[in-house]
Ligand binder design. Structure first.
Ligand code: ZN
Length: 251
């Protein structure tokens, strides 16, 4: 069984709650689809955990923003990226670990083919930056292009939009509720968005991730102490208040 995580966004409370659930299951692999950092208050702690516990992570737009440039980010996301870069580049005492963080970020791949799976942060077309959202299910041309880039895979796992669900090749979007929490792969190819651990945007404040046994995708939601994360965001004195508030709204 594989546990997939994505979009942790420097939220250690959410990540800790997710690992409590994962650690109760018989899991063979833990894979991260990117956006480990950005937005949240604890980039170092979050990176440390992901580096220790995940077989690999992919590169998200926030990693790319920190490594290259964040010129296409909205102002609030850019404030968070600039602050995050500072946290990862502190004074001498933590120099060695900081070097390891940047080295790790620099080596993150943009996509992976793994067995029957294609893994990306964004979309098959733009693995780092393109969003897949429910209304795209009605856009035949967009869907056809994404599925044409599957490279032999049967299922593609993505993150990035922070809205979990399944996109079928025939042009349907199914929310986790629509499938009763579990989606079983059939003859039709699918794109599965696993949602966000650290900043859900589907109106549900709980951390989102999935388990995959090769056939069934099980959507999971976990309650965590978002008030603590909100307090830590405010305590930075730099990260925008909006980034705290949205955790309480799941938006
Ligand atoms: Zn994200």
């Amino acid at each position: 069984m594989i546990a997939f995580l994505s979009d942790i966004h420097s939220n250690t409370e959410a990540l800790g709650a997710v690992f409590e659930v994962i650690d109760r299951e018989k899991v063979d692999r833990i894979l991260c689809l990117g956006d480990i950092i950005g937005y949240g208050p604890e980039p170092r702690e979050t990176l440390r955990t992901i580096m220790q516990r995940c077989e690999f992570s992919l590169r998200g737009n926030h990693e790319e923003g920190a490594l290259l440039n964040a010129s296409d980010f909205n102002p609030r996301a850019r404030v968070a990226i600039d602050w995050t870069k500072k946290q990862l580049t502190p004074p001498a005492c933590q120099r060695q670990e900081s070097f390891a963080f940047w080295n790790y970020l620099d080596k993150l791949e943009r996509s992976r083919r793994d067995g029957d799976m294609l893994l990306v942060h964004g979309s098959p077309k733009d693995p780092v930056r393109e969003y897949i959202v429910p209304k795209d299910a009605a856009d035949r041309a967009k869907l056809a292009e994404w599925f044409s880039l599957f490279d032999g895979a049967k299922v593609c796992f993505v993150g990035h939009s922070h809205v979990p669900g399944v996109y079928l090749e025939s042009g349907r979007y199914l929310s986790p509720q629509d499938v009763g929490g579990t989606f079983e792969l059939g003859s039709e190819r699918a794109i599965v968005n696993i949602g966000s651990v650290g900043q859900p945007r589907d109106g549900d404040t709980r951390a989102s991730f999935v388990f995959f046994d090769g056939k069934r995708v099980r959507f999971e939601r976990v309650t965590y102490a978002f008030e603590k994360t909100m307090a830590k965001i405010r305590a930075t004195g730099v990260l925008p208040e909006y980034l705290a508030e949205r955790l309480a709204n799941g938006r």
